[in-house]
Every structure is written in structure tokens, then in C-alpha cells.
Ligand binder design. Structure first.
Ligand code: ATP
Length: 245
């Protein structure tokens, strides 16, 4: 097997409730994967387990089929090149867009440093390339505080990219975005995949459709269905868990 990330029989209960129940999931290097599922399906808990925030009661989470992430803490997981973007954007509001990226370039993985350093040419080229990728070149000298919600999300994605993650976990990026921002975010994540692996948890089906990628449906802590969005959304069991019939 060649999966970059392989969850094997993972369990986690909270007060007897099985939030993650024998979850097995495999993602290859460079994949773009959407994870969907009704409220309480275990999506956030799954991300928490991958990133070392929550320890499972059992099972393994293998990185490159060798390192069991469940034995590591959050900092060690981040250090392996696994970056996480939470739903709420966290950028340095009183710094310019380009300085936010510069700070992230200097920081150790998983921690944004708080000191500025002198920039060199290579670093400036990287800042320029990242700003271009996240579509914020025209706003590079603007304070981050003045960005729209969607632009702040892109900036934070850019800050994570500055840290060269191999795997990017993104939690509901489209929440609160305009329709145009939502579609641009899908394009951005598609442009990141291939070089990096991207796993996106999302509720917005227009966004998931725009991602045009393999979809995993979680339900009661395990995988209910997997395949294209058309494939999974045509299944009676998926329709049932979404519509509660
Ligand atoms: N720290 C915790 N303590 C107790 N129960 C928890 C904890 N974390 C999660 N749960 C429970 O586990 C279940 C799965 O929650 P989780 O947040 O992973 O679902 P989700 O699929 O991300 O849902 P949503 O789409 O609403 O964010 C829920 O019933 C939740 O209440």
C-alpha cells in the first residue's frame, strides 16, 4: 500500500458515545479529498485525531505507512508537514498582507513567529509567488484587518503554504463566504492539490461540486460511502442520513 495517510480501525468515544467508530480511510499523496457528513458525523473529531489534538481509544493513523500519528503530540504532527486550517481565520490583523506571509515563512511549522527578520531575494520571490497563488497580490500592502472574510481565509491558507506542508487539512473554508469567494476558494484548493495533499471538511455542496474530487461521506463515525459527488449523492443510504428519512 502506498497511502500517504491511512486511518486504520480508529475509535474514539466521548462518555460512551462513539464519535469515531472503526474508521478506516486512505488518502494518497497529492489527492484532493472532500469529507462530508451530517452534523455530529465525526468530521472534526477525525481532524483532531489526525493532528494529534485528540487521542483515539484504538486504531492507527499511519503517515507514509510508517509513522503512527496517534503517538505524537500536535507540535510533532505539524513538524512532519501536516498543516491545519481551522474554520475561523487567524491572521495578524495589524500587519500587512505581505508581512503576514513573511512571518509565516520564518516560523517553525505549527507556530507563527512574532519577530520580523531581514528579507532576502529568495524570500521575496517566495512571498510574491504565494501572494499570486492566493490571489492577494493587489492587496499586498493592505492591513489584513481590511480584508474581506474570504480574503482572510486565503491569506491564512497562504501562511500555511509558506510552511510547505505535505498535507493540508481545511475545515469548512466556504462558511461565511460569498458565492464568488466560494468558487475562487475551490480553484485555490485545486491549485494546491497535486503538489500537496488536501483534505477539506465542508457542508456546502456547491463548493464540494466545484472541488470536483473524490468525496468521503462520514456517518456515525465511519465511512458510509466514497466516490464522486454524483456517485455518493445518488445512493439511498447517503440521501437517508442527509434527509433523515
Ligand atoms: N470533546 C468532546 N466531548 C464530548 N463529546 C464530543 C467531543 N468532541 C466531539 N464530541 C461529540 O462527538 C460527536 C461527533 O462530533 P464532531 O464535532 O466530530 O462531528 P462533525 O461531523 O464535525 O459535526 P459538525 O458538522 O456539526 O461540525 C458529536 O456528537 C459531538 O457532540
Amino acid at each position: 500500500m502506498s497511502a500517504q495517510l491511512f486511518l486504520d480501525g480508529v475509535h474514539r468515544s466521548f462518555d460512551g458515545f462513539k464519535a469515531i467508530n472503526n474508521l478506516t480511510l486512505s488518502v494518497d499523496k497529492g489527492d484532493l479529498r472532500a469529507v462530508i457528513g451530517p452534523n455530529g458525523a465525526g468530521k472534526t473529531t477525525m481532524m483532531d485525531i489526525i493532528t494529534g489534538k485528540t487521542r483515539p481509544d484504538g486504531g492507527e493513523v499511519l503517515w507514509n505507512m510508517s509513522t503512527d500519528l496517534t503517538r505524537l503530540d500536535e507540535a510533532a504532527v505539524a513538524n512532519l508537514g501536516i498543516g491545519r486550517k481551522f474554520q475561523k481565520p487567524t491572521v495578524f490583523e495589524t500587519h500587512s498582507v505581505e508581512d503576514n506571509i513573511r512571518l509565516a515563512l520564518k516560523a517553525p511549522r505549527g507556530v507563527f513567529a512574532t519577530l520580523f527578520h531581514r528579507s532576502d531575494k529568495a524570500e521575496e520571490a517566495r512571498v510574491t509567488a504565494l501572494l499570486d497563488q492566493i490571489r492577494l497580490t493587489h492587496l499586498r500592502t493592505e492591513d489584513a484587518a481590511n480584508l474581506s472574510h474570504g480574503q482572510k481565509q486565503w491569506l491564512e491558507i497562504g501562511m500555511l503554504l509558506a510552511q510547505e506542508p505535505d498535507l493540508l487539512l481545511v475545515d469548512e473554508p466556504a462558511a461565511g463566504m460569498t458565492d464568488a469567494e466560494t468558487m475562487e476558494t475551490a480553484e485555490l484548493l485545486k491549485s494546491i492539490a497535486g503538489q500537496r495533499t488536501v483534505i477539506v471538511v465542508e457542508h456546502d455542496m456547491d463548493f464540494v461540486r466545484a472541488l470536483d474530487c473524490r468525496v468521503t461521506v462520514l456517518h456515525q463515525g465511519s465511512v458510509l460511502a466514497e466516490g464522486s459527488l454524483d456517485h455518493v449523492s445518488a445512493r439511498d443510504d447517503v440521501i437517508e442520513v442527509y434527509l433523515g428519512r
